[in-house]
Design a protein around this ligand. Structure first.
Ligand code: UDP
Length: 244
């Protein structure tokens, strides 16, 4: 039998299409099962190898999805397979559609205040049945217990945490014990994209799995961050060779 997870450098990725995974999250929402979702790319996997505290946080996650074609390819390199990329932004859009159908409550956490406000405005306009359970920009005092209390009281079904890597995982992992319910999902810069402040690659580029290249061309300052990709491929191959 094929296993439910593919382990890449110690990180267990769920073997599911986006559709299957969203379905699973809906079941968990229906049962009020608290859930911590990480959308992990090669940068996150590499970081977890270097930072044991961060790895511990990943170990607390209920599900880790393959956010990046690099992860899907790595699964192939080790002789396993992941069906597709399951990115935070795509999931946010799917979850908004379903939240609109089911009148679910969403708490929006992260990004700069104007970006957050525009995100919430657009959500209310495009998904009028979504209940905005609360909102907080991403520049707050992490020590102040007020925010977790507010989220708890909001009874949110979904908490979109758009603080960027590694902050969102650290924040969710450090606070999840305070909540009874809610799907907490780290979605990086998704509010910037949703509100139109940052453009996503045209669909053609996404289909060709070249979104990473588009981002590099648009934001050349990212090149340093992208150096992690060849290193990641190398480490995956080395581990594979040494396990033979
Ligand atoms: N962000 C935030 N709080 C912070 C730092 C960043 O909410 O303390 C937001 C930022 O405004 C952006 C998102 O997190 O909307 C992603 O930021 P960045 O591009 O730095 O993250 P990455 O690309 O590394 O995930």
């Amino acid at each position: 039998m094929t296993s439910k997870f593919v382990h890449i450098l110690g990180v267990p990725f769920i073997k599911a299409t986006r559709r299957e995974f969203i379905e699973k999250l809906q079941q968990r929402i229906a049962q009020n099962d608290k859930t911590f979702v990480v959308t992990a790319n090669p940068e996150i996997v590499m970081h977890s190898l270097q930072d044991p505290a961060y790895k511990k946080i990943l170990d607390k996650a209920n599900y880790i999805t393959a956010d990046g074609i690099g992860i899907v390819k790595a699964a192939g390199l080790i002789g396993d397979s992941l069906p597709e990329r399951v990115s935070g932004y795509d999931m946010m859009l799917d979850l908004l559609v379903l939240a609109n159908e089911k009148h679910q409550r969403i708490f929006f956490l992260g990004a700069a205040e104007p970006v957050l406000q525009e995100t919430v405005r657009l959500v209310k306009e495009r998904y009028p049945n979504v209940i905005v359970a609360g909102q907080q920009n991403g520049f707050f005092d992490w020590e102040d217990p007020e925010l977790p209390q507010r989220i708890r009281q909001s009874q949110a079904d979904l908490v979109f945490v758009a603080l960027g890597f590694p902050r969102q995982e650290l924040w969710i992992g450090g606070n999840i014990d305070k909540f009874d319910k809610g799907v907490f999902i780290g979605i990086g810069g998704s509010f910037d994209v949703f509100s139109g402040n940052v453009k996503r690659a045209p669909e053609m580029w996404q289909k060709m799995n070249l979104e990473w290249f588009y981002r590099l061309v648009k934001q050349p300052s990212r090149w340093r961050r992208m150096l992690v990709l060849p290193k990641f491929a190398l480490v995956v191959l080395q581990r594979k060779a040494s396990s033979k």
